[in-house]
Design a protein. Structure first.
Length: 276
């Protein structure tokens, strides 16, 4: 199990198994939910009653990923994943930021469940993750306020299409640790964005991310791009839009309902970072 730390304000002490839960020397205690995840949220973490992605968005993303469209994406990252551990005989210590339903974890890190920890602020997402890979550690927490992980205790941090608390990533990585980042590429789902949002190619985020990471002492040591084209039907179109809140943001509901089978581009920019 990854080395977790207390999330109570101004505490940050190590958490250890105690009395059926997790506790620190200051007396703070956290229970494990019946679904199998640890709830380390604090009152200040919640901007709403149910923070994070709602159930509809979580289930849409879960169904989309189960269709196998991103299999090539996982394959593209395997060589980077393999380089995260300097000792192949020991369990890799992995932190998945914004893990969502946890689909990528067992695909990218099979055999490393004991050292794997996924963090998300969405309760529906964490419940689903804990259900499908119970051997791993799943934590309900607000990563933006600070990662509930001890200093220099993680071999590999992954941020796949989520937010990145860069200073915290550097803090938790070992000196030889790796951070893998993936963001949607300029033409990801461009066909749907043109048809529904009436917008085309988005601006690349790679340079800005590389600069931000570099400013915090994390050097980019690898870049590549994954791209494929797939044909999707009406249900998949709705999933692709719902999982990113696009259907909620846009008012063009009639445009969505009028779409039939179409071929779309799936593309991601991939970056690998190490401490300077």
């Amino acid at each position: 199990m990854l080395e977790l730390r207390c999330t109570v304000r101004n505490c940050g002490q190590p958490l250890v198994l105690s009395k059926g839960g997790l506790g620190c020397e200051a007396g703070h205690h956290f229970d494990r939910a019946k679904e199998g995840y640890w709830n380390l949220t604090q009152p200040q973490d919640k901007k709403s009653t149910n923070p994070g992605d709602n159930r509809d968005a979580v289930m849409a993303r879960h169904r989309w990923l189960r269709r196998g469209h991103t299999a090539g994406f996982v394959t593209e990252l395997k060589d980077w994943v393999a380089s995260c551990s300097s000792d192949p005989s020991s369990a890799m210590r992995v932190l998945d930021l914004g893990c969502g339903d946890g689909s990528f974890g067992p695909l990218m890190f099979p055999g490393h469940a004991t050292g794997f920890c996924g963090i998300d602020l969405s309760r529906p997402a964490i419940k689903l993750a804990a259900k499908h890979w119970p051997e791993a550690t799943w934590v309900l927490a607000n990563a933006d306020r600070g990662l509930p992980v001890m200093d220099s205790s993680v071999d590999c941090v992954v941020s796949l299409f989520g937010r990145r608390p860069v200073a915290e990533i550097k803090r938790v990585l070992t000196q030889a640790g790796t951070c893998i980042v993936a963001v949607p590429a300029e033409d990801d789902l461009i066909e749907l964005r043109e048809a529904v949002q009436k917008r085309g190619v988005r601006r690349s985020r790679v340079d800005a991310i590389v600069e931000e990471m570099q400013d915090h002492g994390l050097a980019c040591v690898g870049q590549k791009q994954w791209r494929t084209r797939v044909e999707i039907g009406t249900d998949e179109i709705e999933e692709a839009l719902a999982m990113t809140y696009r259907a909620r943001r846009w008012s063009e509901k009639s445009r969505i309902s009028s779409l039939d089978k179409t071929e779309v581009t799936l593309a991601a920019d991939l970056m690998r970072f190490r401490k300077d």
